[in-house]
Design a protein around this ligand. Structure first.
Ligand SMILES: Nc1ncnc2c1ncn2[C@@H]1O[C@H](COP(=O)(O)OP(=O)(O)OP(=O)(O)O)[C@@H](O)[C@H]1O
Ligand SMILES: [Mg+2]
Length: 158
């Protein structure tokens, strides 16, 4: 599987990289975002949401766990976007309580998941992986993008 590696030198550049990446998304796609606290996962999500014409302010779902936005595919069709932050999930059992399974397997939405490591086995096999890495004391980030398990837009049901 080929890995694309990009460099960002600041928050706005990460947003732009997210926006450019989003041109490849199909309805039903799952994107998992990995990286330490403050790596820029939510900034990248802001870029995806910008491309999908989300009007709402995109903020971190740290406490809400799941934020939902209305967006538009490039052809103009409406699309639901789920933005999930699993940082506070302590065991995969809690995912059931927040409705994670139905959400993550939804065919009609675009799903963006921060801290997917906390999802245990509750993730589909086909997804985009976005990784962000950088030193705490500067603005440079290395962003890696990989596609796992099938083509974008493929059926991701278990
Ligand atoms: N190149 C960069 N890309 C993204 N964010 C950057 C960059 N340089 C500095 N920053 C700063 O790093 C922070 C990234 O915050 P963000 O909320 O996106 O992180 P996160 O990975 O979602 O963290 P968390 O795990 O807490 O949700 C912001 O304060 C942003 O201004
Ligand atoms: Mg975040």
């Amino acid at each position: 599987m080929s890995v694309e590696t990009l460099r960002s030198e600041g928050e706005e550049q990460t947003i732009q990289i997210g926006e450019q990446f989003a041109t490849r998304l199909k309805r039903g796609d799952l994107v998992v975002l990995q990286g330490d606290l403050g790596a820029g996962k939510t900034e990248f999500v802001k870029g995806i949401c910008r491309f999908l014409a989300v009007d709402d302010l995109v903020t971190s779902p740290t406490f809400s766990i799941i934020n939902q936005y209305s967006g538009q595919m490039p052809e103009g069709d409406p699309v639901k976007i789920y933005h999930v932050d699993l940082y506070r999930i302590e065991s995969p059992d809690q995912l059931v309580d927040v409705g994670f399974d139905d959400m993550v397997f939804a065919h009609d939405a675009i799903k963006l998941v921060e801290w997917p490591e906390h999802a245990g086995a509750h993730l589909p096999e086909a997804y985009w992986s976005v990784g962000l890495e950088g030193a705490e004391d500067d603005d440079v980030r290395t962003i890696t993008i990989q596609r796992y398990g099938g083509e974008a837009g493929d059926d991701v049901s278990p």
